[in-house]
Structures are given as C-alpha cells and as structure tokens.
Design a binder for this molecule. Structure first.
Ligand SMILES: [Zn+2]
Ligand SMILES: [Zn+2]
Length: 253
C-alpha cells in the first residue's frame, strides 16, 4: 500500500478532479492513517490460500475486526457496540446503523491488505468489471502502457482487462461500438459501450500518479463528459471541450 504522504499529496493535487463528490479531505486522511495501520497488522493474519470472505470471518471470530472497527469508529464518531450486528449491517449495506460504517471501513482495510498481497505477485488478467478479490463491480479503468486495467474502488485491487478499449461489462471490442469522450487534454475520459449501454471512467493520462485506492475518486472527473456520451450515439470520440457546452457544475449521480 502506498504511504500516507503519497495519499495526502494526491488528495491535494487531484482534489479538483472530484470536487463534486464533497469529500471531507481531513477525515479521508485520518481514515487512511487508521486503515494503513490496520492493514499492516492484518497482513500477519491473512491467508491468501483462501478467499477474502473466509479471512474476514476468521478475523471476526478472533475479535480483531471488532477492535479495528472501534479504532476507526473513534475517528469518524461511529460507536461500534455489538460487533456482530455491525458486521451484518456493514455487509448488507445498512450503513445508517450504529457501527456499520466503522465496520465497513475496517473490512475495507483488511480487503486492501489482501489485495496488496496478491498484487505483490503481479497484476492478474480478468476480462471483466467484477473485482476478483471482493466481487464488487468497478467503473474505473486505467491505461497502463498498452494495457487497460480495472481498479476496484473498495479493495484497490487492479487487474488487466485488455490491450485495447474493450467493454468490461459485455466484452464488446468493436471500436465503432465502444466510444470514449473527453476534452482536449484527454486526461480522464468517459467510455461508453453502445452495445450494452454501459458507461465507465478511464484515466488515460499515465502521468496521473496516485495511490490505487484514490484512482476511482480521481476518475470521477469523467462524469463531466456524460453529456457527450448521451449525444454521441454512433460511437467515436467527440473530443469536445466540455466547457464549451456546459460551464462549471457537472453533476454526480
Ligand atoms: Zn475489490
Ligand atoms: Zn458493453
């Protein structure tokens, strides 16, 4: 996992890429500090011979997950109380329940440690948008040399999808059916598959260097080009300056 300093610098440098996401930067840095400390301790407990889910269950039964969730809870003002209930609520997405957010952040720290351990052996190949580690669907693609990789917004795992722009949702590879929309700088673009109607965000500019966990946030800039993806039926690259069409105020979903 990249260090806290890199995280802090990337938040400052690329904050304008995700200004509409209303991220509390101070809290993001505080949570990152806690997650890094937890991930460090989790590494010694994790067994990559079995899946993430089994590892999370083992950490829960040892009481470690409860302790880690309490640590994070102290930073975000979310008291854990009954750890079993918090785990259940976190996994079912009921984040308004007490302790659920803290628990989800603790589970995320564990997932990130697990993903890191796999990545140390190299980037795998998986022609899909579904994260092979935690099973969540990614909307973030990054260009790495000749490869297009997906990055998971939850565990930070990264995997190779293809050596050209292929739709990770349906596999469409016809360049007429898969378009990418952006401005002249082409740093971040919004890709659209006209076969299955999916859209996803692509970080094209390889000089954008940030910890992997921040790439999905940085890629949110691509939402500014939504209007082109809607207009551009028929594929191709609109390559318009988004400011020409609509001034400040791109909207998140
Ligand atoms: Zn994942
Ligand atoms: Zn598709």
């Amino acid at each position: 996992m990249e260090g806290l300093d890199e995280f802090r610098k990337a938040i400052a440098k690329y904050g304008h890429f995700f200004k509409h996401a209303r991220v509390d930067k101070a809290q993001a840095i505080s949570v990152e500090e806690a997650q890094q400390a937890i991930a460090e301790r989790a590494r010694g407990e994790l067994d990559t011979g079995v899946g993430l889910e089994v590892n999370v269950e083992r950490l829960a039964s040892k009481g470690l997950l409860a302790r880690w969730a309490e640590e994070i809870g102290g930073r975000i003002g979310d008291e854990v109380g009954d750890a079993g209930r918090a785990i259940q609520a976190a996994l079912e997405g009921r984040l308004e329940e007490p302790g659920a957010r803290a628990m989800l952040l603790a589970i995320q720290a564990v997932a990130r440690a697990y993903a890191d351990m796999l990545l140390e052996r190299g980037v795998g190949y998986e022609p899909s948008a579904r994260c092979p580690v935690c099973g969540l669907e990614s909307r973030t693609m990054v260009k790495r040399g000749k490869w297009f990789n997906m990055v998971c917004h939850f565990c930070g795992y990264e995997w190779r999808v293809s050596d050209k722009m292929v739709c990770p949702y349906c596999g469409e590879s016809n360049p007429v059916a898969v378009g990418a929309y952006g401005d002249r700088a082409r740093r971040v673009m919004l890709a659209k598959c006209h076969t299955c109607n999916s859209t996803w965000r692509v970080i094209m500019d390889e000089t954008i260097k940030a910890p992997r966990i921040l790439l999905p946030l940085i890629a949110l800039k691509a939402e500014q080009f939504k209007v082109f993806a809607r207009l551009g039926d028929g594929g191709g690259d609109a390559s318009l300056e988004w400011g020409q069409v609509h001034a400040e105020g791109g909207h998140e979903e």
